[in-house]
Design a binder for this molecule. Structure first.
Ligand code: TRP
Length: 456
């Protein structure tokens, strides 16, 4: 018999690197490229990027450190961990985490399906010049359902078998490759004529946009999504930690890598958009055509690389294959939160939990495959709003209910008392009020997305 909260890989990270890789694998995913490029395009480029960086440092780092410390301290799944810290009144927070994992994966898998489709079609040389039209064809309806189901099946099989080792080894090779390829593409993008306007859009903020509440909300939400925060994913991974390293430093490593990948992706995408005059196709600037904005990455990358000539399709395929693997390591962490909680709380065997919830999540994602307004809405509701609610509650729980124990655990590995004081001050006095205000701002875009959803 397994212990109720045990997961096959509990205690698996013997080394610091193993843990960091898994955490970076969770953080680096579609959020860094697909989501970052489309939300940055929507949010006026540079203003968004600057605000995003501020949120990563101000909110992301303290919350991430909190999640890591709580996980390592309790050594149980988040549903149990929050109860341990705050009593049974806090149990709903654990289930909110599970709901977020469920909800995000349902549409995340649709987008991950697009990466499979584009990789496959690039290899066949079947991606036409007009990628905007093509994206609308294969990104929705039956073609999207098929790739969504396929991706979920792969995710479930991996979580089911617990072949974490094989996956980790794959990630170990493919993540650095993705990084090298991205840097290569960013360098190549500097040679594009007219790219200057792209860099300006991406890097030179306009003051008015820095105060735009919609952009502020998007930037904060993106920080949570991209760093895998607000739903206990990193808490779960840290619960498999045995060695007592400095978790503040681990948080900085994870966040910096994640930001670096996203930032470089922007250095690729924006010069391409301007060089190829794709602004209109993706709905930049004007009234947004959500269907196309959400496809920014898929619409911009293929024609740009195909312009390189015969090898272009190979690079397009390589790009999407690596993006697929980045998405897979993230999807696994999303499903893992759900599966760990079910094993933990209902005492289900892992196989039953993984298959049952894999199927339920697949079904829940089908509406997102049919209607991109549903996908966008789910992304705003669960992938932005509820993650921030989860982060706010985590900060309140840690800062006001369990601070002495959590700080004690943090001090193992982090000797510097001043740094710990900075962290606890942020958790108590910066994160909750800032998130409260941001959540207030976030209600309106949520409402707009909801109206778009029911109004068509
Ligand atoms: N961070 C991942 C990405 O950027 C997505 C992800 C994985 C995630 N696990 C998460 C987002 C947990 C929020 C919470 O693609």
């Amino acid at each position: 018999m397994e212990a109720p909260s045990a997961s096959p890989d509990r205690g698996a990270w013997g080394t610091r690197l193993g843990f960091i890789l898994a955490a970076v694998g969770s953080a680096v995913g579609l959020g860094n490229m697909w989501r970052f490029s489309y939300v940055a395009a929507e949010g006026g480029g540079a203003a968004f990027v600057l605000l995003y960086l501020v949120f990563v440092a101000l909110i992301g780092l303290p919350v991430m450190t909190s999640e890591l410390v709580v996980g390592r301290m309790t050594q149980v799944s988040p549903v149990k961990a929050v109860r341990q810290l705050g009593g049974s009144r806090w149990a709903p927070l654990g289930w909110l985490f599970v709901f977020c994992g469920f909800g995000i994966l349902s549409y995340y898998s649709v987008i991950a399906g697009w990466t499979m489709r584009f990789a496959f079609d690039a290899l066949r040389g079947a991606i036409p010049q007009d990628t905007a039209t093509y994206f609308n064809e294969v990104g929705t309806n039956m073609p999207a359902v098929i790739t969504h189901v396929l991706f979920m099946a792969i995710t479930v099989i991996i979580v089911l078998r617990g072949v974490k080792k094989g996956l980790e080894r794959t990630a170990l090779i493919l993540m650095p490759m993705l990084f090298v390829l991205l840097v290569g593409l960013a360098i190549w993008a500097t040679t594009l004529s007219g790219g200057g306007a792209g860099y300006a859009y991406y890097l030179k903020p306009r003051l008015s946009e820095l105060l735009d509440t919609a952009i502020i909300t998007d930037a904060a939400g993106q920080a949570f999504f991209s760093l895998s925060l607000g739903m206990g994913a990193l808490m779960t991974y840290a619960s498999y930690l045995k060695n007592k390293t400095n978790l503040g430093r681990e948080a900085v490593t994870i966040a910096a890598t994640d930001f670096g990948v996203a930032f470089i992706a922007g250095l690729v995408v924006f010069p391409i958009i301007f060089h190829f005059g794709l602004g209109e196709a993706i709905g930049l600037g004007g009234v947004l055509n959500t269907d196309n904005t959400v496809g920014t990455l898929f619409i911009t990358i293929p024609p740009a690389l195909q312009s390189l000539g015969s090898g272009g399709n190979i690079i397009v395929a390589a790009f999407f294959i690596m993006l697929f693997f980045a998405a897979l390591t993230s999807a696994i962490s999303l499903l893992e939160v759900v599966v760990a909680a079910i094993i933990d709380s209902w005492q289900w065997p892992r196989a039953r939990a993984a298959v049952t919830f894999g199927i339920l999540i697949t079904l829940a994602g089908i509406p997102s495959a049919y209607n991109l307004n549903i996908l966008t809405f789910a992304d705003k509701l669960v992938g932005t709003f509820l993650l921030m609610v989860g982060g706010l509650c985590t900060a309140i729980l840690v800062g006001y209910r369990a601070l002495p124990q959590v700080e004690q655990e943090l001090s193992i590995g982090m000797e510097n008392a001043n740094l710990r004081r900075v962290w606890s001050t942020m958790v108590k006095f910066v994160v909750p009020p800032v998130l409260f205000v941001v959540l207030f701002f976030a209600v309106k875009p949520l409402w707009v997305a909801f109206k778009a959803l029911i109004g068509g």
